[in-house]
Design a binder for this molecule. Structure first.
Ligand code: SF4
Length: 238
C-alpha cells in the first residue's frame, strides 16, 4: 500500500446477496471483454522455462524492462541446466537490470537446480509441484498454468488484488484468499481472462495512486467510483 491510498473496507460496499455479487462480476467481465478483447500475458516467451524465469524477474519490475532483458538472457541460458550450473555472481550480474537481483538470482538458480533434481529439468505443470520450487508462489504458478497450459487460473498480482477490492469483488487482504473469493464469483472459463484484463486495467486506468474513475468503463458498477471521483450521469467528473 502506498502513502495516502484510500483503503476500501468490506463495510464500504455492502452487497445484498451472493447472487447480486456474481451478477456484478459477470457484468465486469462483459465490460472488460469489450474494453480489452486481446488481454493476455505481456511477458515475451517461447518456452515454459522462459516464462518461469521472466515471471520471477518481473517481481517489482515492469514487463517492458523484463522483455528488454530476456532476449540476451535466453540466448545465454538455454536450459534449466544452464541456469543451475551458472555461478551465482554471474547470474546476479546478468539479471541486475531487473532489480532485487541477488534474491532473484538465488531463486532462479535454486529453482532450476530443483527442477533438474526432481523434474528432469522440465517445468512441472501442476500447482502442487510448481509451488515447491524456489521463488515460485501461487501467483507465478497460476501465470504458468494459465498462459502455457491454458488451465483456468486466477492470477492475483498487485493489480488484481487492488482493482478487485475496489470493484467489491474481493474483501480479503491475503492474495491466496482473494484467489478463492474470485474463483467462487467467476465462472471458470473467465478466470484467466479476468486476471489478464484486470492487470491491463490496473496499469492503464485503475492505477494505484490516481485511478481515472471518470474515464473508466466500469464506473457505473464500481462501488469505489464515488470514493475516488464523483461520477455524473454522463460519466464525467463533477
Ligand atoms: S471506477 Fe475507479 S475505482 Fe472503480 S474500477 Fe474504475 S478506475 Fe477503478
Amino acid at each position: 500500500m502506498f502513502k495516502g491510498e484510500i483503503v476500501v473496507k468490506k463495510a464500504d460496499f455492502p452487497v445484498k446477496s451472493a447472487a447480486g455479487l456474481k451478477k456484478r462480476a459477470r457484468r465486469v467481465v462483459e465490460i472488460l471483454r469489450r474494453t480489452y478483447p486481446d488481454a493476455w500475458c505481456t511477458l515475451n516467451f517461447k518456452t515454459s522455462l522462459q516464462l518461469l524465469i521472466s515471471t520471477i524477474l518481473s517481481a517489482q519490475c515492469t514487463d517492458e524492462r523484463v522483455n528488454a532483458l530476456t532476449p540476451g538472457l535466453f540466448a545465454k541460458y538455454r536450459s534449466a541446466a544452464d541456469w543451475a550450473k551458472a555461478p551465482l555472481s554471474q547470474v546476479e550480474e546478468d539479471i541486475r537490470p531487473a532489480g532485487f537481483f541477488r534474491n532473484k538470482a538465488k531463486n532462479i538458480v535454486s529453482c532450476c537446480q530443483d527442477m533438474l533434481a526432481r523434474f528432469g529439468g522440465e517445468v512441472p505443470d501442476r500447482m502442487e509441484d510448481l509451488v515447491t520450487l524456489a521463488g515460485v508462489g501461487r501467483k507465478t504458478a497460476n501465470v504458468l498454468l494459465a498462459t502455457v497450459w491454458h488451465h483456468p487460473a486466477v492470477i492475483v498480482d498487485t493489480h488484481v488484488q487492488r482493482v478487485s477490492q475496489r470493484l467489491g469483488l474481493a474483501t480479503e487482504k491475503n492474495a491466496d484468499k482473494i484467489e478463492l473469493e474470485l474463483q467462487a464469483l467467476l465462472p471458470k472459463e473467465d478466470w484467466t481472462f479476468y486476471s489478464h484484463s484486470i492487470i491491463f486495467h490496473g496499469r492503464r486506468i485503475c492505477t494505484a495512486k490516481k485511478p481515472d474513475c471518470p474515464g473508466c468503463p466500469l464506473n457505473r458498477i464500481c462501488p469505489s467510483a464515488s470514493i475516488f471521483g464523483t461520477i455524473s450521469s454522463k460519466g464525467r467528473k463533477k
